[in-house]
Design a protein around this ligand. Structure first.
Ligand code: LLP
Length: 466
């Protein structure tokens, strides 16, 4: 890469921020849609979640910390359970899992989808009935598959012919029967970031419907002793707001379901529509609630099934983000505040916090937008457009690209970022040898560490030296 003089284009100048971001009348106020249901500000401006003053939480448990509102999590889980009463609802563990959360999921009547041996271990350690676990992944190892069969998971979602061969060998060897779903790509491009859209053709997941691979996978499974065919599985992407993608996917997947019935004489009992339901990260987002989603998805499937003259199979969905995303916020302490002068007399306020891309990679990886609020005090200072950045040695280490914060934001302040429950702790790293933050569950005024902060001993535990 050639170096050049950075000019105006580099600065994305504008002290007004992106078009969607409005300067708030009161930067102390919370936007309820973005926060856990129990979140509120005290008169002094302290953020309270689950009845716990986050100033106390920071004092007792340190920062950064993920704060998990149990009440909010359970409500969202229950809302899916109740709205999708005729479906099986699988909580997608990849969004976030620990044994406590796995237990909450089971207590609220949901099943769990895991996509690695590690996630399977957490679910089993939490005492989840194996029959209520679905096992995903595009490259499950023989060891993982053997274990899944041994413990008796309820379904394995197969993703390749190699995997079918592995399962044939394993079932022949062990005498176990494998209950299988076939992951198909419906050729739908959901309106989301390219890295998280999964059902268009040119990507690694699933069997293509158009190429005939999906039908062939079904045929092989159906013909094989030891393999039990449950049905088709389609997941079209993540952070989706618009059900039109599900409509196109349902049409194509049900057409395959009908073809299998016509040509093979096999009525598959189940159909999974995947997850991907969007949440509000900022005021730009307008998510549907589970009851709206249930009505729309059911209508779509019933309509397509009627048109194809097939019975509606037992349906399932796999929400992750929509359950855990809004239930958590991340609490940081401000370390430095820097006014960076840009061209044309403009400037930007850089607020550095004590975490960053190691506890939330989504901003850097997907250009994700977040918001933030001052969590430790009330301020009457006029709002300034700020950029919240981390402490990593990388310019792209941004947590919140644009947010209005009180103009007197200063070192020692606490900042909270909402909507960090999904794909933040679960994608956290030790970049720059930072310690991954704890997850502190809050409820009825009590804070409980459910995942502890890493220690330097944890870091050095794998560094065996020589
Ligand atoms: N089912 C399957 C088969 C999936 O692959 C996923 C997500 C889900 C369900 C759950 O999707 P959700 O409801 O949570 O959107 N790291 C990215 C998202 C990757 C999603 C991977 N699969 C992000 O941070 O946006």
């Amino acid at each position: 890469m050639r170096s050049h003089q950075a000019g105006a284009l580099h600065a994305d100048i504008g002290t007004k921020g992106p078009a969607w971001l409005r300067e708030p009348a009161d930067p102390n106020a919370l936007v309820p849609l973005l926060w856990p249901v129990t979140a509120r500000k005290t008169y002094e401006g302290a953020l309270v979640v689950g009845g716990v003053d986050l100033r106390d939480l920071a004092r007792d448990h340190g920062t950064p910390a993920y704060v998990l509102d149990e009440e909010d999590f359970r409500r969202r889980a229950r809302a899916f359970r109740e709205a999708f009463a005729d479906y099986d609802v699988y909580y997608a563990a990849k969004a976030f899992i620990c044994t406590t959360v796995a237990r909450w999921v089971a207590e609220e009547g949901l099943n769990i989808d895991v996509c690695s041996g590690g996630e399977l271990t957490v679910a089993l350690r939490a005492g989840i009935e194996p029959a209520r676990i679905g096992f995903h992944g595009n490259n499950k190892s023989v060891v993982e598959l053997r274990r899944a069969l041994e413990v008796g998971v309820g379904r394995i979602i197969v993703d390749s012919f190699d995997e079918i061969d592995r399962l044939l060998a394993l079932t022949a060897e062990t005498g176990a029967e494998a209950p299988l779903m076939v992951r198909v790509t419906a050729g739908v491009e959901a309106h989301t970031h390219e890295y998280i859209a999964t059902a268009h053709e040119d990507q690694k997941f699933g069997f293509s419907i158009t190429s005939g691979d999906a039908f062939e996978a079904v045929r092989r499974i159906e013909a094989a002793p030891g393999l039990r065919l449950l049905g088709l599985h389609s997941h079209i992407g993540s952070q989706i707001f618009d059900t039109s993608g599900f409509e196109v996917a349902a049409r194509r997947v049900l057409a395959l379901h009908a073809r299998v019935s016509d040509e093979l004489g096999v009525v598959m009992p189940e159909l999974d529509l995947g997850g991907g339901f969007g949440i509000a990260y900022t005021t730009q987002d307008d998510p549907s609630d589970p009851s709206q989603l249930a009505v729309e998805l059911t209508k779509i499937v019933e309509h397509e099934a009627r048109a194809l003259e097939v019975d509606v199979p037992r349906l399932s969905i796999e929400p992750g983000r929509a359950i855990v995303g809004p239930a958590m916020c991340t609490l940081y302490e401000v370390g430095t505040v820097k006014e960076v002068r840009l061209d044309a007399g403009a400037s930007r306020t850089y607020v550095s916090v004590d975490g960053g891309m190691s506890d939330n990679i989504r901003t850097a990886l997907y250009d994700a937008d977040y918001s933030a609020t001052l969590a430790s005090r009330r301020s009457d200072a006029a709002p300034v457009l700020a950029r919240v950045v981390g402490k990593h040695c990388e310019a792209g280490d941004i947590v919140v690209r644009d947010e209005f914060l009180p103009g007197d934001v200063r070192p020692g302040d606490l900042l909270a970022v909402p909507g960090t429950g999904a794909y933040c702790r679960s994608m956290a790293s030790n970049y720059n040898h930072l310690l991954r933050p704890p997850v502190v569950a809050v409820r009825d005024g009590v804070a409980t560490v459910v995942v502890r902060r890493e220690t330097e001993d944890d870091l050095l535990g794998t560094d065996v030296g020589r």
